[in-house]
Every structure is written in C-alpha cells, then in structure tokens.
Ligand binder design. Structure first.
Ligand SMILES: [Zn+2]
Length: 316
C-alpha cells in the first residue's frame, strides 16, 4: 500500500517529493500577507516524520540558522525512509522585528494550541497545530536563551518521559534537562496530540553561536540516523549529562554584573560565580553557587536589576 500524499494548505506532497509550501497566517496593517514557509521532504519509503521548527521566538536566530544550514547542506534530501518538515521561521513577525513576540506583544510559545479567530500569535500557533503537527511523529523545536541569557547546548524534555529521553539521548547534546510542560507551549500542544517534541536550547537571542549551531546540526544527524532515516553515520556524541533538577541563581542586588564562571562549567557549592559592582566603585558583592551543579546558562547582561536571573544551575 503506497504512502498517502501530505495535504498541507493547497499543496499535495507525494512520497519522493520535496516541496516548499507557503501557508498564509494573517496580514500586516499594510495589507501585506505574511506566510509560514515549510520545506517538506518525503522519501519513497514509509517511516517516521520529523518536524524541525525554529523561530517560534523571532529573535532566537540560532535555530533559524540551524535549519537553514540543514536545508542548504541537503541534510533532509535522500532520506532512507520517512519524511521531514522543516520550518526555519515560524514567527516571521518577530523575526523581522528582532523580537521574541509578535507585534501585539503576545508570545507564540504561550499561545498553543491557538485559534484562527484569535490574535496573531494565536493564529500562528493554530496554523502549526492544525496544518503541520498532524503529519509529524516527533519534533525538535529550536530555541536560544532570551534577553542576553546564554544557554549551553541542551535538549529539554519531560522528566520520566522515557521515549522522549531516548530521543534526547540519540540527539546527544551535552546536557539533557528535564522540565515540566509549560502551559500553552508548543511542547505541551505536541504532547496533547501524542507526539514527542524535544526543545533544543543553545546560545543567546540575536547572536550566532557556533557551538550551539554545530551541536544542533550533529544532533539532528544523530536523531535521524537513530530512526534509520539517514544512511550516513553521524559523528559520535560527546558526554551527555542528564540533569533532572534545575534552578536559577538571581541577582542579590542591582548593579553591574560580571560573570567569572560560564555556562558549560561545573561548580562546587560556595564557589564564586561572578560579582555585582555598583557603578561608583563603592561596593562589590560576589555571587556564590548555592550547591554543586552544572551551569546550563549564564546572563551576559552588564547591567542587572535585583532578582534578575544570573545563572541557571542543573544537577541530577
Ligand atoms: Zn525561545
């Protein structure tokens, strides 16, 4: 029995085809129509369908670059089986405005499953949930830290979700961080449809990060290889630590912040992670590690307010 074509918006993509589908999501105040562009790659052989999506947060450009590079390097062409749907920019509005959100201030990743009668964020979310997600068996959603926070390359999935942890291990990022499902997020919407969505985090917003991009591209190769979707053996993964618990170290005072330990490092309890100074040179306050942990993120902001997140710690 031959595989059925995918019917996405007004396109019909049969096995063996590669199509670019433009799905309109709404119009700008200027009248210009904005659309989501999806590359759909289908092999002749039946198999699982991976959805790779980036730019749900429009300013998180590493994810956009990861999928762009995967497309230009031909990673999804010549699949041994199954299909890949690749969307480099979901939130086009945020991308051209260098913004996490859409212009109405709403976060697409807090708008799932979405609603076509709702705001722009809700329409974008609905388009993905309704028109693309039903075809996918598993997904990787690419993110970076927001607001100058640098995330060391990591995969996030739910604690105790063994199939998700297995996919995360296949991806082989340096850290696997288990996190509960965030209400109205894409990962939660996928889970509600019985699909596994891994979240990749790497680098910071509006800044390319070579380590994050290279790690993610190798991770995609390993993920596809583990599903027998790629024939060519990918580079082996380095050590991969499963961190089941995490918490933030926040700024005890407002001031100028300088880190001395950064994401990717292991720290001991009591170790100095950085320092907050006042701008007039009158005091300085060291920031200590509250426990032994791996630093999974640090804040690159030079000026911080009291309570701002400075370091994200992960441990077993
Ligand atoms: Zn994000």
């Amino acid at each position: 029995m031959p595989e059925k074509p995918f019917l996405i918006h007004n396109a019909e993509i049969a096995p063996g085809q590669h199509e670019i589908v433009r799905i309109p999501v709404g119009s700008l105040p200027s009248g210009n129509v904005m659309s989501i562009r999806a590359h759909v790659y289908r092999s002749m052989e039946p198999g699982p369908v991976l959805l790779a999506v980036a730019g749900i947060h429009g300013d998180e450009v590493n994810g956009v670059e990861i999928i762009r590079r995967a497309i230009t390097e031909g990673l999804f062409e010549n699949l041994a089986r199954g299909s890949v749907i690749a969307i480099p920019i979901l939130n086009v509005y945020g991308f051209i405005n260098f913004s996490r959100e859409v212009p109405d201030g709403k976060d697409v990743n807090r708008s799932f499953p979405g609603n076509m009668q709702g705001s722009l964020a809700s329409r974008v979310a609905r388009t993905l949930t309704k028109k693309i997600l039903p075809y996918a068996d598993f997904a990787v959603d690419f993110h970076t830290g927001g607001n100058g926070t640098y995330n060391f390359p990591q995969i996030r999935c739910s604690r105790g979700d063994l199939p998700a942890e297995k996919l995360a291990l296949a991806f082989g990022a340096p850290f696997i961080v288990t996190k509960p499902l965030i209400p109205k997020s894409f990962r939660k919407a996928a889970a509600e449809h019985g699909k596994i969505a891994l979240v990749f985090e790497g680098g910071e917003n509006l800044r390319y990060d070579k380590l994050a991009i290279d790690t993610a591209l190798d991770g995609l190769r390993r993920l596809l290889y583990a599903q027998d979707m790629l024939k060519e053996e990918p580079p082996p993964a380095g050590p991969c630590l499963l961190l089941r618990k995490s918490s933030w170290v926040r700024a005890p005072r407002a001031g100028m912040f300088l880190w001395s330990k950064c994401a990717g490092e292991k720290v001991e309890k009591g170790e100095v992670l950085g320092v907050i100074n006042d701008p007039y040179g009158e005091w300085e306050k060291p920031v200590h590690a509250p426990r032994e942990a791996c630093l999974i993120a640090h804040n690159n902001a030079p000026v911080v307010s009291q309570g701002d997140a400075l370091f994200h710690l992960g441990w077993e």
